[in-house]
Design a protein around this ligand. Structure first.
Ligand code: AMP
Length: 189
């Protein structure tokens, strides 16, 4: 069973590429950010807690996110997995390793979509006009980049050390062209 992490800074195209990939492969898919936005929409206790942090551009606690992933993997243990927006800290990556090994699923593989920061900012400001996400404003985006540099970039190093990391150019070309490269990588994993 494959365990694929689609990795990248905010605005790298993880959501867009996930949608394309899922038309081609039968993955069980989780976007932790999407789940949190649903919780906020439904006004749950978790949603209320998460909303404050998300609107500031900060990360939600590892415990909450790891609990979500544990339940997701438990429910989809017979399928290939596509993880979007997780892990975002080394602690989350270590917990994922433990969960995967407890289900005898083998290692996770990371595919990073690499995009320059100035391009990311432009993409996110454009997305704000189309999707109206509350955390897509300049001040919050800067904090999301800051959190990425401080906490999430190390996740790439964690998987590089395990030889479980591949990066592709997520900047040049249309989403369809980028997806062709991504699909080739997935087929050769
Ligand atoms: P995303 O949709 O992946 O950009 O996530 C939106 C926001 O949800 C992030 O800025 C975080 O506040 C929160 N979030 C999503 N995934 C995680 C995660 N794995 N760990 C911590 N916070 C997360």
């Amino acid at each position: 069973m494959r365990n694929i992490i689609l990795f990248g800074a905010p605005g790298a195209g993880k959501g867009t590429q996930s949608a394309i990939i899922r038309e081609k492969f039968d993955f069980a898919y989780i976007s932790t950010g999407e789940i949190l936005r649903e919780e906020i929409k439904n006004g749950t206790e978790l949603g209320k807690q998460a909303e404050v942090l998300i609107n500031k551009g900060e990360l939600v606690s590892d415990e909450i996110i790891i609990g979500m992933i544990q339940s997701f993997i438990e429910a989809n243990n017979n399928k290939d997995l596509l993880l979007d927006g997780f892990p975002r800290t080394v602690k989350q990556a270590e917990s994922l390793d433990k969960i995967l090994s407890s289900f005898n699923r083998g290692e996770a593989k990371v595919i990073e979509l690499e995009v320059d920061k100035d391009v990311l900012m432009q993409r996110l400001l454009n997305r704000a006009k189309i999707e109206g996400r509350k955390d897509d404003n300049e001040q919050t985006i800067k904090e999301r980049f800051n959190q990425y540099d401080k906490k999430t970039a190390a996740v790439a190093d964690y998987y590089k050390q395990k030889n479980s990391y591949i990066s592709i150019d997520g900047q040049h070309g249309t989403p369809a062209e980028i997806s062709v490269k991504l699909i080739t990588v997935i087929e050769n994993l």
